[in-house]
Design a protein around this ligand. Sequence first.
Ligand code: G
Ligand code: G
Ligand code: MN
Ligand code: NA
Length: 252
Amino acid sequence: LVIENDLRRALEKNEFVLHYQPQFNTLNQQLYGVEALIRWQHPRLGLVAPGQFMAVAEESSIILPIGEWVVREACRQGKTWHDKGMIVTMSVNLSPKQFQSPCLVELLSEILEETQFDPNYLVLEITEAVAMNHIEKTIDTLTQIRSLGVQISIDDFGTGHSSLAYLAKLPIDALKIPREFVNELGVETNKAIVHTIITLASNLKLGLVAEGVETTSQKNLLQTMGCYKMQGYLLGKPATVEELENEWAVCG
Ligand code: G
Ligand code: G
Ligand code: MN
Ligand code: NA
C-alpha cells in the first residue's frame, strides 16, 4: 500500500523516472513525438507503474510537486534531444489538480525558461473531465498556456462527458482517440465512434493522435479513415531514454 509519505520520500530521493512512448506519423514513418509516462524506481519493489501510485498522489497535494518534476524532467529531456538533432514533440499528462493550480502558467513559463525547451514542442494532455469543468476558467487557463506557445491535447476523448458546444469553444490543438475504441475497431460501434471523432477533429481543425494501436489492421484501418498519427504497442512501448535514442537512430 502506497501512502503520501512514501511518495514524498520518493521525490526527495529522486526515485521517479520518465519513460517515453514513441508517436509515429504513418504517412512518412517518422517518429515525430513522444508521450512522457512516469514510473517509480522503487529500491525494493523495482519499477512501479503509475497505476499503483498516481491515484494516491492525485488525492493529495503531493501530485503538485510530482507533476512539476514531470514537466521539468520532460522539458529537460526534450531539450537534450533537440540539441542532438532528435526533434520530437514532448507530450506530458497533466492531472486535474495541476491544471487547476493557480501557479500553473507561471510554473510552465519558469520551466521553459530554465530548460530552454522550445515551447512549440511541448504538448500538455488534459482529460475531458478537466476541460469541460468551469468552462470560462478553463478557456482562460488554456489561452494563457497557448500564449506561451505550448500545445494542448484532450486525452481519452469521448470517454468522459464532452459537450460538443464547449469543445468548439476550447482553445486546443488536438484530440487523442482512446485505446478503448482503437483496441476493438473490429466492433462496428467502435468503428463508428472513431470515425465520428476523426470527422469532428477535421471539422474543428484539430490534430489527432490514436492511442493503443496494437495490430497492423488497426493501423491500416485508422489510416483509411484519415488518422495518421498514432502510438501503441505495435509501434513502440513506453521506453527508456536509451531505447528511444536507438529507435531514433534506426527510423528517425
Ligand atoms: O504508463 P501507463 O500505461 O502505466 O500509465 C497509466 C496511466 O497513468 C495513464 O492513464 C497515464 O495517463 C497516467 N500517467 C502516466 N504518467 C503520468 C504523469 O506524469 N502524470 C499524470 N498526471 N498521469 C500520468
Ligand atoms: O491515459 P493515457 O493515454 O495517458 O495512458 C497511456 C497508457 O497507455 C500508458 O500507461 C501506456 O503504457 C498504455 N499503452 C500505450 N500503448 C498501449 C497499447 O497499445 N495497448 C495498451 N493496452 N496500452 C497501451
Ligand atoms: Mn496520455
Ligand atoms: Na489516453
